[in-house]
Write a protein that binds this ligand. Structure first.
Ligand code: GLN
Ligand code: ZN
Length: 781
């Protein structure tokens, strides 16, 4: 048999539009400036353009229903009618108003993003709350958590999948619709009733899926893609049983339909046998995260099963080394036969920016090493042709790929001998403080003479419209460097004065000069670059442009010292210096794939260590190193946690231990699940850690209590995700709960996180109350 290319699939593409068209349309609709019809027209245009782009680039297995106004998990909740009562849905097709109420809350108050990154579920302060939101596996994409309750029924409530299939068909595309699989959908959901196990709802859920699939078949659909990324999580019998039940039923009820069952974000591992035993026509495997599974799956796949080889990285922005890939894939294709293989990215291209060609100011070498979704699709097409025996037809593309790979391997822009030398020189002394905490704490107490229950904040103060406008004006050149600096100094001075006035014990400068806690550092470190249009969806209409870590990291010059020095010059009280930690910088960036992540992290740690040392030299006595993203970097499989935590902790220690015992190292983590990482937190050995606790009634401190955590802790007493100003008594109550779990001498008093998303009108009374609560405690004890 001779064909010109293997089938090429994308599994899904970014829906936001090359110029963020979807965001603009959504926000205009939400603010009442444009109609539902206009929004829908924009969506139709984006889908048509997406299909056309894929077709012209050589994709033969074009997806539909990968579009979403907000989130594909929310789309699934709506499809099956899992609409909590509060949204007042009366049955029938779910309206756009209900859909957006679930996404954003009914009075339109947006999800809060206090940390610049949305790891917090948050509803509107009045009206109907939004659904909870959380991270999609180990990506920085956030989905709306499905919610189930006792007596849950499901009912087909949206025709989106069928509509989009038809829409594509009318344009001449025969698509493979994408659905989130029922088992993963249930596993991602939460039940309001503790007694209800979401997976137990499977028998009542499946008839809805059957209906959707039958409707698709009636429209002429031959293949669907059903995503079950739960296949890469640690296996459990219940999930495996649920998968068996699901796919047996679908095979029986929709016999004419071919299912491409998609696993991604890791290895099938102990789920491989289950996946291979399911009665599906095809199985997609991730060969980027888990290249080692190729041989096993190829040998074990039943004769009738098509394999979709996820060969190109859907999670990162690097150009592939196509020759190397061909070498690995050719034997597999030979073994399976051309008619049993499809070629695909490791996962949907949702997680990468759209088109590299929009970047006109990147360094040309760096640019030549990158591939965004459009370039990745072209790579897939090249692979598809080469693997079908057409290497000569794509000789130019292969040669270009080889050249880029060679240049990346040797470029002095990436490889820095000094960094390599420093990496070699990391020794045990660089991984620990001079003395243990008990020794240090005595010295620090004597040095600072702080009152009991010292008060402080997490770092940032409100990023007001004026601050944002000034930054934008400066960026555009409308404000000179000197004017901008003067503006920032005034903001900082005002914030410092005010903190003194209200009687906080340890002050911060306010972070007015920072655009983002990662970008600010990335922009000053060698080895990072930034895009102009490299947006990826974080959630809903919120997109981020992650920094690109392409080379060895070093710090050409101090990054924060001058701002710290200025702020400290305004006060006698301790001014806490403020840095972002290496693990967080790493986890919120696109990271180079030519060295292990652990190594890239250590390089960043060395650069931050330099900054810490310089801050100390300049006179800083307290230095906070935020590790907001440490926990979210946990691998999907538990067996890999220890390795990750080991190097994450090591990196923190490298960056934080180059100081004397008297210098107090703070860290901050804004989340509230510590059980899994309490050992790691202990090993980080920061003198003081501030954490998020206000919404959990201090219960999470139990983890610290059980661990007998010896160092100091500031459990957040002020929920900064809400505009509400907490009363003195509420904060005092939280503190007394904290005192049940920790000793008084360990406790600090602070908000949950930085205050940059809040308004001054909210922050002022809240912090005044917080200081009052601290004073009350001091008097009472
Ligand atoms: N210092 C940062 C701030 O206050 C910390 C933010 C975070 O933890 N995400 O904004
Ligand atoms: Zn935080």
């Amino acid at each position: 048999m001779s064909i010109s290319s293997l089938p090429v699939a994308t599994l899904g593409t970014p829906r936001i539009g090359p110029r963020r068209e979807l965001k603009l349309a959504l926000e205009s609709f939400w603010s009442g400036k444009s109609s539902e019809r206009a929004l829908r027209e924009t969506a139709v245009g984006l889908r048509a353009a997406n299909w056309a782009r894929q077709k012209s680039l050589g994709v033969s297995v074009i997806p539909s229903n990968d579009f979403s106004f907000y989130d594909q998990v929310l789309d699934t909740s709506v499809m099956v009618g899992a609409i909590p009562e509060v949204y007042g849905w009366k049955g029938g097709d779910v309206s756009l108003a209900t859909y957006f109420a679930m996404a954003r809350g009914a009075q339109g108050s947006e999800h809060d993003e206090s940390c610049g990154h949305a790891h917090h579920a948050h509803g509107s302060s009045h009206g109907v709350p939004a659904q909870e939101m959380t991270k999609w596996f180990d990506t920085n994409y956030h989905y709306m958590v499905p919610e189930f309750s006792a007596g849950q029924i499901f009912k087909l409530s949206s025709s989106k999948a069928v509509d989009e299939y038809r829409e594509a068909k009318a344009l001449g595309y025969k698509t493979r619709p994408v659905l989130l699989g029922p088992v993963t959908f249930l596993r991602l959901g939460k039940s309001k009733d503790a007694a209800l196990n979401p997976l137990s709802l499977l028998p009542v859920l499946l008839p809805v899926y059957v209906k959707v699939l039958q409707q698709l078949v009636a429209e002429g659909c031959e293949w669907v893609q059903i995503d079950e990324p739960c296949l890469v999580l640690d296996a459990d019998r219940e999930t495996q049983g649920a998968l068996q039940m699901t796919y047996a039923l679908l095979a029986e009820m929709v016999p004419g339909l071919k299912i491409m069952l998609a696993s991604y974000f890791g290895s099938l591992g102990d789920n491989a046998d289950t996946a291979l035993s399911l009665p599906v026509a095809g199985l997609h495997i991730d060969l980027v995260r888990a290249p080692e599974q190729l041989d096993k799956i190829v040998s074990a796949a039943p004769k009738g099963m098509t394999l979709s080889l996820g060969a190109i990285d859907g999670r990162n922005i690097w150009r592939s080394n196509l020759s190397a890939l061909l070498k690995r894939l050719e034997p597999a294709v030979a073994k399976l036969g051309l008619d049993r293989v499809q070629i695909a990215p490791s996962c949907s291209l949702l997680h990468v920016p759209i088109d590299l060609e929009q970047e006109t100011s990147l360094d040309p070498d760096v640019k030549s090493w990158l591939a965004f979704s459009v370039q990745k699709i072209a790579e897939l097409a090249t692979l598809g042709t080469a693997l079908a025996g057409g290497r000569d037809k794509v000789a130019d593309a292969l040669a270009a790929s080889d050249a880029a790979a060679r240049s990346r391997e040797t470029s002095p822009k990436i490889h820095n001998a000094d960094v390599a030398k420093r990496m070699m020189a990391i020794d045990d002394a660089m991984r620990r403080r001079q003395n243990v905490f008990t020794k240090r704490s005595g010295l620090q107490r004597a040095r600072f003479g702080l009152p009991a229950f010292p008060t402080t904040t997490i770092g940032s103060f409100p990023q007001t419209t004026e601050v944002r406008n000034a930054r934008a004006a400066h960026g555009k050149g409308a404000m000179s460097d000197a004017q901008y600096e003067q503006f920032l100094k005034e903001e900082t001075a005002r914030a410092v004065r005010w903190q003194e006035e209200i009687g906080l014990d340890v002050l911060v400068h306010g972070e007015f000069e920072r655009n983002d806690m990662v970008q600010y550092f990335g922009e000053q470190l060698s080895g990072f670059t930034f895009t102009k249009h490299g947006w990826v969806q974080s959630y809903g209409s919120r997109y981020v442009r992650p920094p690109i870590l392409f080379g060895d990291v070093s710090r050409p010059k101090p990054m924060t010292v001058e701002w710290w020095r200025y702020a400290q010059s305004l006060t006698q009280k301790p001014m806490k210096a403020m840095l972002t930690g290496p693990v967080t910088i790493l986890n919120w960036s696109f990271v180079r794939d030519d060295i292990p992540r652990s190594e890239a992290c250590r390089q960043i740690a060395l650069a931050i260590r330099d900054e810490v040392t310089d801050l100390e030299k300049a006179g800083a006595k307290m230095i906070q190193i935020d590790e907001a993203a440490l926990r979210e970097g946990l691998p999907l499989r538990k067996s890999e946690w220890k390795t990750y935590l080991d190097w994450a902790v090591e990196s923190f220690r490298i960056c934080s231990t180059g100081v004397t015992d008297e210098t107090q190292i703070h860290t901050h983590m804004c989340y509230s699940e510590f059980n899994d990482i309490i050992d790691a937190i202990g090993a980080m050995d920061a003198d003081v850690i501030s954490i998020e606790t206000s919404r959990s009634k201090m219960e999470l401190l139990d983890a610290f209590k059980t661990y007998k955590y010896p160092n100091e802790i500031g459990p957040g007493v002020y929920d900064i995700h809400s505009p509400r100003v907490p009363e003195v008594s509420e904060m005092a109550e939280l503190l007394s709960l904290a005192r049940k779990r920790l000793t008084d001498s360990q406790l600090w008093i602070n908000p949950d996180c930085g205050l940059k998303t809040r308004k001054w009108e909210e922050v002022r009374p809240a912090l005044v109350n917080m200081v009052a609560a601290a004073r009350e405690m001091r008097h009472a004890s």
